[in-house]
Design a binder for this molecule. Structure first.
Ligand code: TMP
Length: 232
């Protein structure tokens, strides 16, 4: 057996160790929740806390503002009608482009030491797209993204669909195609069961979304500051 047979399987671990401890790779943090869960507010608050702690940080969102994400926004608003499996494939394609594109790909940023906080990522596809498509297929089409850009910590802000729908009604005139109480209820159930399935392999923190904005922000910061300390 050649040396390459020993090295190749553990190469990703060696690269990860080198990037994290020698090159000081940034953190990759994702925020998740059903529509109306308050994650966008928390994204901004987390960005401020990270900056105050003197780390380089970038916030971003999926679907992106890039070519595939823009098409997805038209589908979500109902302006363009599209089959949901086709949309699932577009979410995965938008994600890969978000990670790798030459202009503002997030992988390069994280590798160079910037912490990237992303509003929605893989778990959104798993929860929202597994309503209409088999979860295994959704995981498969997102495998490359997961390998290229693994998450250090995901926060799932958990609110009831009733609370979410009330918030959406208060803050927005138009609803996305997924923003019905019935759909959000099914998506929340998916999130919770998938998070349970992934609990041994992923760092996912469930946050009670009924807490105040300040309490949620404090809880998220407790976890993120611990990550920075572990990372130092
Ligand atoms: P938001 O910008 O208000 O978070 O809305 C984005 C919508 O896109 C939301 O309804 C969830 C949906 N979505 C998916 O269905 N799958 C995905 O992979 C992502 C990133 C978003």
């Amino acid at each position: 057996m050649g040396i390459e047979c020993v090295i190749l399987p553990i190469l990703p671990i060696i690269v990860e160790f080198f990037m994290r401890y020698v090159m000081k790779k940034g953190l990759f943090i994702t925020l998740e929740g059903i529509d109306g869960s308050g994650k966008t507010t928390q994204l901004e608050l987390l960005k401020k806390r990270i900056q105050q702690d003197n780390h380089a940080v970038l916030t971003t969102v999926e679907p992106t503002a890039g070519p595939i994400g823009s098409l997805l926004r038209l589908c979500l608003s109902g302006r363009v009608k599209m089959n949901e499996s086709a949309m699932a494939a577009l979410f995965a394609a938008d994600r890969l482009d978000h990670i790798t594109n030459d202009i503002n790909g997030i992988r390069e940023k994280v590798m160079k030491g910037t912490t990237v906080v992303c509003d929605r990522y893989l778990l959104s596809s798993y929860a929202y797209q597994s309503i209409r498509s088999p979860l295994d297929w959704v995981i498969d089409i997102n495998r490359e993204a997961n390998e290229l850009m693994p998450v250090d910590c995901t926060f799932f802000i958990d609110v009831s669909p009733e609370t979410a729908i009330k918030r959406i009604a208060k803050t927005r005139a138009n609803r996305d195609i997924f923003e019905t109480q019935e759909r959000l209820s099914a998506v929340r159930d998916k999130y919770l069961s998938i998070i349970d399935d992934l609990k041994d392999e992923s760092n996912i923190v469930i946050i009670n979304g009924d807490l105040s904005v300040e309490e949620i922000s404090e809880e998220i910061w407790t976890h993120v500051s611990a990550l920075y300390e572990a990372h130092a």
